[in-house]
Design a protein around this ligand. Structure first.
Ligand SMILES: [Zn+2]
Length: 168
């Protein structure tokens, strides 16, 4: 696989007219917002950017991201391997006349019409992460899982929240 070097800024309309295709991999540790969020970020992230123009001459960027990440299980706090695969079409925000289409995300251009490659990659990754990652029940290391498997009637505190609400 031929891996391109990673540009920081690209002129969006120029790349779209040239239908540029760009493929690179980047260390997760170079993405600060991802590092802040995950317990461990030492894997490579693969990204493919394809610029183009549709039949209505609307410019777009197709972005594909793949990564094998380690998340933190929200139940037992142990590492949780996660295979992230995400693909979106990004189009520049333009007026309110267009209905947002399925699978299409707004693309932010700076005042010179440039895009920040690392930033849009990071946005895409953060969007694709699960809000509350957890192991499957049987694989989870949490001791609490037995408790959670009990039927509703055996949870001694289940009515407590409701009761507190009534008192307030
Ligand atoms: Zn777990």
């Amino acid at each position: 696989m031929n891996v391109d070097h990673i540009p920081s800024k690209l002129d969006f309309s120029k790349e779209a007219k040239n239908q540029r295709k760009l493929k690179f991999s980047i260390q997760g540790s170079r993405l600060p917002r991802l590092v802040n969020l995950l317990p461990q970020v030492d894997s490579n992230i693969q990204a493919t950017l394809m610029f183009g123009m549709d039949e209505d001459k609307k410019m777009f960027l197709d972005l594909q991201v793949e990564a094998n990440l380690l998340l933190e299980c929200q139940r037992c706090l142990e590492p949780l391997p996660f295979e992230l695969v995400s693909e979106h079409r990004l189009v520049p925000e333009g007026g309110n006349d267009q209905e947002p289409m399925e699978g299409v995300e707004p693309l932010v251009l700076d005042e010179n019409g440039n895009i920040d490659v690392i930033e849009i990659l990071e946005d895409e990754l953060l969007l694709a992460l699960p809000m509350c990652p957890m192991h499957e029940t049987l694989k989870c290391h949490s001791e609490k899982k037995d408790l959670q498997d009990l039927p509703e009637t055996h949870k001694p505190f289940s009515g407590l929240a409701e009761l507190l609400n009534k008192l307030n």
